[in-house]
Design a binder for this molecule. Structure first.
Ligand code: NAD
Length: 499
């Protein structure tokens, strides 16, 4: 059970915290072979938290060698599933033990509000690991409905060495979305965290060893994309890569695979997700809460952020009043202060990008109705929650993923126009549909081209439901649920002749 501490208590943890700075390879934190390091910045203050190792191709080679060795020796891959389950549950318990420190570490390097880290990211991280651990000894193989002269067994096997390449927006959650099912199925894993957020992933690697995951089975390589991600993508010794990040970089992994060993590639990429409010939507107070939350959660740096509100003209004015009211309860500021729901923007580059989108919306004729400015706080990177009305489909903010706290409102004449506009995007990750009609729910939830459609709420589903995208939002599989396990297994047919 997660509970919030006070601002002072979080500041005190932050003052005394120690930072893991070296890659974790073969069960040890060791100096990187590359000899390089990089800064980890606190985006809320602009100060350097610490310098972390920046690995290179030689570190990737070493990690692949020890991963392969551990896989072939079977210390994890051949362990009975019930024993893998017990070890992963132990890891989840250790994360729970250290939850306050991990929440602070996560907040310091990502700028996320501590209340979110403590009440959402940490509990979901722990639950996700427990769920995949529990699944480890509950997945059955199959027998084929074969002829009587043979027995056809269809079995799953771990793929081998799996690479996980992570984004910075939900460092802990994205980590366990991938290592949870990959380890539960018996693979050896190499993780490359985003360069902005290496610390929590490195800390978890130490906890994994403490839990009893054998040396070489979980390795973590901090570093830059071209120095670590690309060599992993091109490596002949890696059997699968699970990637979460931008569509642009996701495409590169398909190319790396095509030009190396045809390793399996699973991509979870960007989104330009709509909240669609139909003419018969009723509970506008609740809709306003969901719309604002979905646009602002994690400062809008969220692949399922509903950055487009597509609303029927009949309910628009009343909804707008409620949205403005709801925005008043969102406070921006020091991420370590539990009263703030909005923290800092991850990096200078991301901050400049968001400001440029805000400028483009004004220049292209959208009407600014809330926010729109930077919030000045020392060298911290903060942006006000921002809402534009009269956005049209040709505007840049209607088309591109902003990844910031910016909502664009588009008004439509009919329900069908709303659905058509919602689908008018190259992405297809998530859509929220608001209606009081069961018939429209059935019809339009099917028409919406997205991996997840939430009805009368904003949601990504939970650990029991598959998560992934249509169109440019994803490729090759789904995170969460039993489908995540499919990503990290090979299917083998064993045919036994019986006469
Ligand atoms: P990014 O694509 O810039 O980076 C993701 C990872 O790829 C990082 O670890 C990075 O170091 C690595 N990388 C960057 N360049 C590389 C290269 N040339 N070769 C190999 N690896 C490289 O994404 P980001 O900025 O960290 O995250 C934001 C993006 O992630 C957004 O587009 C967001 O929508 C997406 N995202 C998607 C999901 C999802 O589940 N669909 C979840 C979270 C974030």
């Amino acid at each position: 059970m997660s509970t919030l501490l006070t601002h002072d208590e979080y500041c005190s943890i932050a003052k005394n915290i120690s930072y893991p700075i070296n890659p974790f390879i073969n069960g040890k934190y060791i100096a990187p072979l590359s000899g390089n390091s990089m800064e980890t910045i606190n985006p809320a203050t602009g100060t350097t938290i610490t310098r972390v190792a920046a690995c290179g191709p030689e570190d990737v080679d070493l990690a692949v060698e020890v991963s392969r060795k551990s896989f072939n020796e079977g210390s994890w891959s051949q362990k009975p599933p019930s024993e893998r389950k017990a070890t992963l549950i132990k890891l989840a318990n250790l994360i729970e033990r250290d939850q306050h420190e991990l929440a602070v570490l996560e907040s310091l390097e990502s700028g996320k509000p501590i209340s979110e880290c403590q009440l959402t990211d940490l509990p979901e991280t722990i639950d996700t690991l427990r769920w995949h651990a529990e699944a480890a000894d509950k997945i059955y193989d199959q027998m084929s409905p074969a002829n009587t002269n043979g027995i056809g067994m269809i079995i799953r096997e771990p793929i081998g060495v799996v690479g996980c390449v992570l984004p910075w927006n939900f460092p802990l959650m994205m980590l366990v979305w991938k290592i949870g099912p990959a380890l539960a199925m018996g693979n050896s894993v190499i993780v490359k965290p985003a360069e902005q957020t290496s610390l929590t992933t490195l800390r978890i690697a130490g906890l994994a060893l403490e839990a009893g995951i054998p040396a070489g089975v979980l390795n973590v390589l901090p570093g830059l994309g071209p120095d670590v991600g690309e060599p992993m993508g091109r490596h002949q010794g890696i059997d699968a890569i699970s990637f979460t990040g931008s569509t642009e970089v996701g495409r590169l992994f398909l190319e790396f695979s095509a030009k190396s060993n045809l390793k399996k590639i699973i991509l979870e990429c960007g989104g330009k997700n709509p909240a669609v409010v139909l003419s018969d939507a009723t509970d506008l107070d609740s809709i306003a809460k969901h719309v604002v939350f979905s646009a602002l959660w994690n400062m809008g740096q969220n692949c399922t952020a509903n950055s487009r509100l597509i609303v029927h003209k009949d309910v628009k004015q009343e909804l707008l009043i409620k949205i403005k009211q709801e925005l008043k309860s969102w406070y921006t500021g020091d991420p370590l202060d539990p009263k703030n729901q909005l923290g800092a923007i991850i990096s200078n580059e991301q901050y400049e990008k968001i400001i440029a989108y805000i400028d483009s919306a004004t220049k292209e004729g959208a009407q600014l109705i809330h926010g729109g400015k930077a919030v000045t706080s020392g060298n911290g990177l903060f942006i006000e929650p921002t809402v534009f009305d009269h956005v049209t489909p040709d505007m840049t903010i209607a088309k591109e993923e902003i990844f910031g706290p910016v909502l664009g409102i588009m008004t439509v004449e009919s329900d069908q126009d709303a659905i058509d506009l919602a689908n008018d995007t190259c992405y297809g990750l998530q859509a929220s549909l608001f209606t009081s009609s069961t018939i429209k729910t059935h019809q339009y939830a099917r028409e919406l081209q997205a991996g997840t459609v939430s009805v009368n709420c904003y949601s990504e589903g939970d650990i029991t439901t598959p998560f992934g995208g249509y169109k440019l939002s994803g490729f090759g599989g789904r995170d969460n649920s039993f489908m995540a396990h499919d990503q990290y297994t090979e299917i083998k047919t064993i045919w036994i002749e019986t006469d």
